[in-house]
Design a protein around this ligand. Sequence first.
Ligand code: ATP
Ligand code: MG
Length: 177
Amino acid sequence: MNLPRRGCLQVYTGNGKGKTTASLGLTLRSVGHGHKVFIIQFMKGSDNYGELEAARKYLPGVTIEQYGLETFVSRENPSPEDRELAQKGIARAREIVAGGEHDLVILDELNVALDYNLVTLDQVMDLISARPTQVELVLTGRGAHQKVIEAADLVTEVTLVKHPFYKGIEAREGIEY
Ligand code: ATP
Ligand code: MG
């Protein structure tokens, strides 16, 4: 008898580069085994991310949906639309997580959406507790909430040591987006 796989809650946080790309690396590994992957990107609303086109063109087992605007969200003063989209995103995320049909569910930048109060801690904790045991759930983004860290099985904090941005190298295609 095949026992169902054991899923974990993973968190990628910290100020260094590599949180979203870590989750995309997991995506590649997971689809290689024929698993189904669902990615929800919070606070992002641009077609310009390489991962979107890669999934469309080459990875039928991967679905990516974005719930954000193309513009940056103001921490002090997020627009009503920023909030509305994040709320749609978290409702969709709960549905996908609880549905249990995807082996790997990635909620990209959800930590930041919580930190900016676009979603509530209750909503995030409710979503975490709605995870069926076989689903691997991954949350990314700076400033992960302490309660989320406590609930997680795996937490990686990416430390900024150097970033080319600080010597004037702007975001590069295929590297940052
Ligand atoms: P990536 O998407 O490359 O894995 P990330 O998810 O760790 O990065 P975010 O905190 O989501 O990084 O930041 C969004 C963007 O800012 C990305 O394009 C990322 O490459 C870039 N970035 C990450 N860390 C830094 C930093 N310390 N300084 C400047 N830019 C950064
Ligand atoms: Mg990121």
